[in-house]
Design a protein around this ligand. Structure first.
Ligand code: SF4
Length: 256
């Protein structure tokens, strides 16, 4: 296994060196400096995972950050569970100027349920929004005060809120409070499976796999997640549309 990986690595390195020797030297010098003590397998994963990112980035370009409004991110992260992103965008637009912690804390449960109804599961989601808003108000509704905490602490507090699972907690930590945590969702799992990345599909294992394969960087983690999502929407659907997929050369699945 290690031998075939090293062969793969050697071939990739030669191909990249031929294409762009200077950038490859800079890339690989910094990679080796950063991961000097890591195992051969870690180095292989690091190169592979970064290469996937580079391909997606070159194809789709740098994605915009979701929103500068942390509360909008929190609301969106709760609403998007089991529904299409377009429904979330519609509901967020319907909130208008009322997308604030004060409004969500004080509006009646019935009114809140009516507002978010297009996103489905509106009873549970409305109750969850009330709870997560109360948590945020414990920090005075202040992004900076949350960011003064540690990732571990904030993630744990979010996970203790009923209705907030690991994916939602990581979305909030990453996109609302800029903590470097990698978000795993159904699209990430699908891509990892189809590209045969050497990782199990359990949430924490996959999160650790990406985080240890990449430089710890909030912007990189956020961009990577959006790029996977973008590729999943355009190509790597449940029934994949592989024609034109930028990852086709890396992917054995399309040949099956
Ligand atoms: S080639 Fe097909 S299966 Fe592979 S990543 Fe692209 S869309 Fe998904």
């Amino acid at each position: 296994m290690a031998g075939s990986k090293m062969t793969f690595y050697a071939v990739k390195l030669i191909l990249r060196l031929r294409r762009n020797p200077i950038s490859v030297m800079i890339d690989y010098t910094s990679s080796y400096r950063m991961e000097f003590h890591s195992s051969e397998e870690d180095q292989y994963n690091m190169i592979k995972v970064k290469e996937i990112y580079d391909i997606l980035l070159a194809h789709y370009g740098k994605p915009p950050w979701w929103s500068k409004n942390p509360f909008e991110v929190m609301v969106g992260a709760v609403l998007v569970q089991n529904t299409a992103w377009s429904n979330v965008q519609k509901v967020v637009a319907d909130f208008g100027d009322n997308l604030t912690p004060d409004f969500v804390a004080n509006v009646t449960p019935g009114e809140l349920e009516d507002l978010i109804r297009p996103c489905g599961f509106y009873l549970g989601k409305a109750a969850c929004l009330k709870r997560v808003t109360k948590w945020y108000q414990g920090y005075g509704g202040c992004q900076q005060r949350v960011m003064a905490g540690t990732l571990e602490q904030i993630r744990e507090e979010l996970l203790a809120i009923k209705g907030i699972g690991k994916e939602t907690a990581d979305v909030i930590c990453l996109y609302a409070f800029y903590f470097p945590t990698f978000v795993i969702d159904a699209y990430t799992k699908r891509l990892a499976e189809r590209l045969e990345l050497p990782v199990t599909l359990q949430y924490e294992a996959m999160k650790q796999f990406f985080e240890t394969s990449l430089e710890t960087d909030t912007d990189l983690f956020g961009s990577y997640h959006w790029l996977i999502l973008t590729n999943a929407i355009r190509h790597c659907k449940k029934k994949p549309q592989c024609g034109g997929c930028p990852l086709a050369a890396e992917c054995h699945y399309q040949q099956n």
